[in-house]
Every structure is written in C-alpha cells, then in structure tokens.
Write a new protein. Structure first.
Length: 202
C-alpha cells in the first residue's frame, strides 16, 4: 500500500505577560502545513521495505526578551527534516531514522541551543523482533538507538513541538496481551546532542 498524507497546524498571534510578548508562526514546504509521506508494501518499494519522511519549517519571534544577555527581539527560522527506513523479515526488523534540525536568521546573541539545532543526526538505529509472549500476547524487543513514548509522555517522550528530539541507546521490551494491557520495560542511556555552546551551533 502506498500512502501520502499532509497534516499540520498553524500557530499565530501574540501572548503578553507583563512586558513579555511572543509570536510564533508555522510554515511548511507545501503550502502552510508540515508534510509527511510514507511508501510501503504494495507500492514502488518491495514488500519488506518501508520508507517515510517529514519536513517542517517554523518561524518564531520573541519581543520583550525576559532572559538577560539575549537578543531582543529574538528570532529563528527553524527547519526539521526526518527520514525513516525499516526492513522486515518475518518477526525481525532493522530500522533507522535520520534527523536534521537547523536554524537561520538568528542573531549573534540569540537564544540558540540544542533544542533547536542538531544537524544530520542518526536519531534511531535499531534491530528488533516480535516474539510470542506469555498467554496470547506478543513481546516486542528493540535494541540500539531509540526514541521512546511512554504512557502519558510526562517522564519519557518523543518530542513533538521542539525542533530536536531526545533519543536513547539501550534495550526496550514491550509486551501486549490480546486485549488492552501493555507492559513496557527499558534499560537505556540518554544520547547527548553535540556540539554544545552557542558559537558551535551557528
């Protein structure tokens, strides 16, 4: 099946709190929307291979800087591109995801940081297997570099709004029964985004 979807949300307007005002606008590669595309089994790719990706462009500006030492007004034109590839054979899978996060139109003393910039980073690179679990359930195993969305996303989550995404290296195990119960266990270490410091990020 080959599919193409476009989804997104516009952000606009001003929020004022004391002397602080902020404005953010979201743009995209096609029209004014972030875009995602996937191609999988039944399309122009072999059945065992799935390729997907997304591209997002966002312009953000801040008037009334509340942090001392940073530009006022502060601005950034942010680009985020994701490319994913996954190969499956029976119960086994090998996958990878590439992230490229960049910022332009920034000032010399702007509040640029690693939550905005992370260029050409292997976000995920893993091997996995889906095995019969206890009862009628299945046990899904992933080993390597991973992103994790857990429960209500308060403690561990794959970032959605910000330009860069947290990832981890280690093992994740997830058991699903035949109904509604899911149990997740993981042993991972966080991956540090490099380089650090504003001069190196420009």
């Amino acid at each position: 099946m080959r599919s193409f979807s476009v989804r997104g949300r516009k952000f606009g307007g001003w929020r004022r709190r004391l002397s602080v005002g902020a404005a953010a606008a979201t743009l995209a590669m096609a029209g004014a929307w972030p875009a995602t595309a996937t191609a999988g089994p039944g399309g122009f790719l072999p059945d065992w291979l799935t390729v997907g990706g997304s591209a997002r462009v966002r312009y953000a500006a801040l008037n009334g800087q509340f942090r001392p030492g940073f530009a006022d007004p502060d601005r950034a034109l942010q680009f985020r591109t994701l490319l994913t590839i996954e190969a499956r054979h029976g119960r086994f899978v090998v996958g990878a995801e590439l992230l490229d996060g960049r910022a332009y139109l920034t000032d010399d003393n702007g509040a640029i940081s690693r939550i905005i910039v992370n260029t050409v980073e292997p976000l995920q690179a893993y091997v996995g297997a889906t095995l019969p679990g206890p009862g009628r359930g299945e046990l899904d195993l992933r080993l390597g570099r991973l992103t994790i969305d857990l429960g209500g996303r308060r403690l561990v989550a794959r970032n959605r709004f910000r330009n860069t995404i947290n990832n981890f290296t280690g093992l994740r195990a997830r058991w699903n029964d035949a109904e509604t119960t899911t149990v997740t266990a993981f042993f991972v270490l966080p991956v540090a985004i490099q380089p650090q410091g504003r001069p190196a990020l420009r």
